[in-house]
Design a protein around this ligand. Sequence first.
Ligand SMILES: *Cc1c(COP(=O)(O)O)cnc(C)c1O
Length: 221
Amino acid sequence: MNLVDRLNEIRNTLPSNVKIVAVSKTKPAASIEILYREIGQRIFGENRVLELESKYKILPTDIDWHFIGHLQTNKVKNIVPFVKLVHSVDSLKLLIEINKEGIKINRCIPCLLQFHIAAEETKYGFSNDEVFRMLDDNLFHELSNISVKGVMGMATYTEDQHQIRTEFKTLFSIFNSIKSRYFAREPNFCEVSMGMSNDYQLAVEEGSTIVRIGSGIFGND
Ligand SMILES: *Cc1c(COP(=O)(O)O)cnc(C)c1O
């Protein structure tokens, strides 16, 4: 199967309300262009700022670029002019920086709060407590040029389906509790970004609205 067929097959298994981010990190612009032209894929995800910038410059302007990797504050200004969604906000400091750069160019930047739901130590993200503390802080509510649209998380890399499912359930319940406590009157707080090539079906069963799929589309090479 080629990448067009693989993406089509994944699309056909997903409910219509679930969006697919085609994770194109390390893949050539030519592959992105094939998905763009042949089956109208518009959302692509990258995890490195320089790679994202160079692809943005040469590819069609109506691609929705999502940033899914760890974002350093000193690189925020490079992507703020065009990024459609930052999935990986993991500190108030980063949110403040995104807001500051957003103000400079008069743009409101859509963001997700990344939660640490996996057992591994290495994955970035907020803990539950950190986020509630941040959302209780007035500083957060003064940020005029960010729009928090939901949450994101990565499950543990394991064969244990039960563990993965439990982690997705945890993220979904965090989403619900944040929504009811802080965003009850904001219909835009509606996204749960969870699920990758190996676990997206479980994620969708547990309430995902955005899946991020790389190797399942582009292969492992
Ligand atoms: C690479 C990556 C993905 C895609 O992973 P696959 O297993 O190749 O589908 C999804 N989310 C994040 C944050 C990633 O870095």
